[in-house]
Design a protein around this ligand. Sequence first.
Ligand SMILES: NC(=O)c1ccc[n+]([C@@H]2O[C@H](COP(=O)([O-])OP(=O)(O)OC[C@H]3O[C@@H](n4cnc5c(N)ncnc54)[C@H](OP(=O)(O)O)[C@@H]3O)[C@@H](O)[C@H]2O)c1
Length: 351
Amino acid sequence: MIVLVKIFINGYGNIGRRLASALAVDKEIQLLGVAKYSIDDKVKEALENHYDVYVPKEAIGKFKEQGYRVTGSIEEAVERCDLVVDAAKEGVGYDNKKNFYEPMNKPAIFQGGEERIGERAVADMIHNSRVNYDKAAGKTYVIQGSCNVSGMGRVMQPLIQKFGNRIRRFDIELVRRWADIEDTKPVKDSIEWDRNPHHQDDVKDFIPDANLYVDAFKVPSRMMHLHHMFVRFSDGVVPTKDEILECFRDEFGVAIISSAKGTGDVRKKALELGFPHGDTNMVHIHQDILRVQDDTVKIAYSDDQTGMVIPENHLLIQSMIFRRSRNEALRRADNLFQMSKRRAILEEEFR
Ligand SMILES: NC(=O)c1ccc[n+]([C@@H]2O[C@H](COP(=O)([O-])OP(=O)(O)OC[C@H]3O[C@@H](n4cnc5c(N)ncnc54)[C@H](OP(=O)(O)O)[C@@H]3O)[C@@H](O)[C@H]2O)c1
């Protein structure tokens, strides 16, 4: 008899909704339910998707008064599950850990908005499936790196493996989207800079030797992030464009495309093709602007902010709970998310 792993998703925002629809169809997982904190149209959506909804115990009455079916309190959900995937708004995961997960002895995955260092640290590692998948096996608390950090690891690690210490330095100009497609908050007409981007330190958590420098700018767009990565080589022998692209031909979650004019083209194509939630779940290397200049290779890739971390969370579950080999976990994730198939479609569409 197969024993299903019971997973509770604590938070039903942009990431929680996507995690729920992916985990609900994995036959090894029993999606115990999702948490809702606010009474809004997402409660109806969750119920229509046949998810059990858990809410703070003091709010159960109010949800019921509005006619919503509530299965139980957050405490009850944590008690009943084998693993919590915390998808709370940034920073709240720490309080959840202290109030619920630790006292009830439940393992948890946190998202990239949580702290890895300092008083409010929630875990002692950040997961990136391309780099430290095996290290998460059997861990109780792990942070899944944010969309940008996941994308950076996915592009840097194959380059490091192929060119090693010929790479002197990585610089990334990170052009961030202002909001996600579903967000109702207004998009401000401004380009804002980040005085202290976290991405550099987060990546060094799993690639400690990376000589990496990140600057981040937020632009008025809802579509995707764009990373402009500058890779500087030290011995005067800079790889050719083909040698660079070769590193990514068989990489999970990396598409190589040519004819998109911007991030909006990729997002709109994913919506037009009916990809779940309009996500590609990958990074897309724009080979038309991949340049080799003097000692530097410039690689631009768009990073699907909402989609990137969903297969990553699934892979992390495979490591933490099932302790599977990375190859087996990738095979399962590919099957669940149809990554290879969708990559081939995108590469054909943007040939
Ligand atoms: N959006 C992205 O592109 C993206 C990408 C990668 C990683 N992340 C990370 O993923 C996390 C979630 O981001 P998001 O974009 O999904 O945020 P979001 O859309 O703002 O959703 C946050 C959710 O947190 C819920 N919430 C409120 N109080 C909570 C509590 N005490 N415990 C648990 N959940 C609570 C909210 O519930 P109600 O709606 O019921 O109030 C809401 O559904 C953050 O750490 C973020 O940094 C986001």
